[in-house]
Design a protein around this ligand. Structure first.
Ligand code: NAI
Length: 403
């Protein structure tokens, strides 16, 4: 079949396998030519490894100097009668192929990271393939649901404000337009559910489990990714339901840091990243105009980074840099700031100026809509000049490939 991009609102309904391969290859090529990670970990578990920051972390740690063996957990779907499968499915396959071609260990477990069965599979895999321990655990899950282990019901996160409703605009990628959007105020149950899904509880449970099973090496680190953003976006993010969940994540890092330092002389940190186009972030209502303006300004100033640039800089310059004293690594709240360039005053001043001018008619000129859309298409394997999108793709042959 010939695979074309099909977008519904902000959801991609198709992914192009060979485009996903190109996307992985492009990220590998970037880290191979970047300043290397010199003191990196050798065995890494990545929860949420198939796209966005998790995939970029995996590529950086394998090909960007550390030569790490990686175990990636993700929730993805392969080809079937229902469709071609998800981009993350193909990212897993082509990452593993590229890693194995260069002699690196790369294992994938596809399933629900919240389930006890997947935890057991991870433990077995670490024992069988990673000499029984890992040196780094990356927590990069982004999801809307988490099962409550006590009764099997689902906690569902929601993207809402806390207090006042906020109205604004969101990008519609299907219609290439800016459409009115509103964030309504969450109730207590919705705030709690969002914290259950995107807060630190599951991260804590993973680390408790790995410690109890003796699967963390001496000096093991764990990292989770977060977002804060500039004050102008606080009502929609930092002070909203997701922001509250992230505060919980930040608090969890403090608890985990103490626990890991006592148990394995280890360390836990939250990394605050830059706003980027990922499968998860395009969903946040009223947030996209900010990203359009941010991309425009950061590209003009030569400061723009995608996930892969962020992650290579994180490991090479911060977490595994030679001078990695905790005090210089983090801010006063113990957070590693990869949003340092996003929050530069000159960036934010210019972003504010563009935001003030932007409307439904001029958003493509005022903001970097072309860059936003092409980043979204690339996530799903579209827009690569090296792929002939008119060629038919043999899904039967692809279904023989396993992640
Ligand atoms: P993404 O959607 O690209 O990746 C999410 C990953 O989680 C995928 O590998 C997916 O398969 C996996 N996943 C989801 N549910 C799962 C489950 N039940 N079991 C196993 N795997 C599951 O998301 P993105 O944007 O890379 O987000 C990762 C983290 O980075 C999140 O905590 C997010 O809040 C944070 N972040 C994102 C920013 C952005 O602008 N995209 C900015 C700063 C932080």
């Amino acid at each position: 079949m010939v695979i074309k991009p099909e977008i519904q609102g902000v959801v991609a309904r198709t992914a192009h396998p060979y485009g996903c391969q190109q996307a992985v290859q492009a990220q590998i090529a970037f880290v191979e030519s970047a300043a290397p990670i010199t003191q990196g970990p050798k065995r890494v578990l990545i929860l949420g490894a198939s796209s966005g920051f998790g995939l970029a972390s995996r590529i950086a740690l394998t090909f960007g100097g550390a030569q790490a063996a990686t175990l990636g957990v993700s929730f993805e779907r392969g080809p079937s009668v229902k469709g071609v499968g998800t981009a993350g499915w193909y990212n897993n396959i082509y990452f593993k192929q590229a890693a194995e071609q260069q002699g690196y260990i790369a294992k994938n477990i596809v399933g629900d990271a919240f389930s006890p069965q997947i935890r057991q599979q991870v433990a077995q895999m670490i024992r069988d393939e990673f000499d029984g321990q890992v040196d780094l655990v990356i927590y990069s899950l982004a999801t809307g649901v988490r099962p409550n282990p006590e009764n099997g019901d689902m906690w569902r996160s929601c993207l809402k404000t806390v207090g006042e409703n906020v109205s604004g605009f969101s990008v519609d990628l299907e219609k290439d337009s800016l459409v009115p959007a509103e964030l309504t105020a969450a109730n207590e149950d919705e705030i709690l559910a969002t914290t259950k899904v995107m807060g630190g509880e599951d991260w804590q449970e993973w680390i408790d489990f790995l410690l109890a099973e003796g699967l963390l090496a001496t000096g093991a680190k764990t990292l989770a990714y977060s977002y804060i953003g500039p004050e102008s976006t606080y009502p929609i993010y930092h002070h909203g339901t997701l922001g509250i969940a992230k505060q919980h994540l930040h608090h969890t890092a403090t608890v985990l840091n103490q626990q890991l330092s006592q148990c394995v002389e280890g360390q836990a940190n939250v990394v605050v990243c830059k706003a980027l186009v990922t499968k998860a972030s395009v969903f946040i209502p009223t947030f996209s105009p900010y990203i359009l303006c941010l991309f425009k300004v950061m590209k003009q100033l030569g400061l723009h980074e995608e996930c892969i640039e962020q992650m290579q800089r994180l490991f090479a310059d911060k977490v595994y840099a030679e001078h990695d004293e905790q005090s210089s690594l983090t801010d006063e709240n113990g957070l590693i700031r990869m949003d340092d360039w996003e929050l530069k005053p000159e960036v934010q001043q210019q972003v504010d100026g563009l935001m003030a001018q932007m409307n439904v008619d001029n958003f493509k000129q005022v903001g970097d809509y072309a860059g936003y859309k092409s980043a979204f298409l690339a996530l799903n394997g579209f827009g690569f000049s090296t792929v002939d999108y008119t060629q038919s793709v043999d899904l039967d042959a692809l279904s023989c490939l396993t992640p």
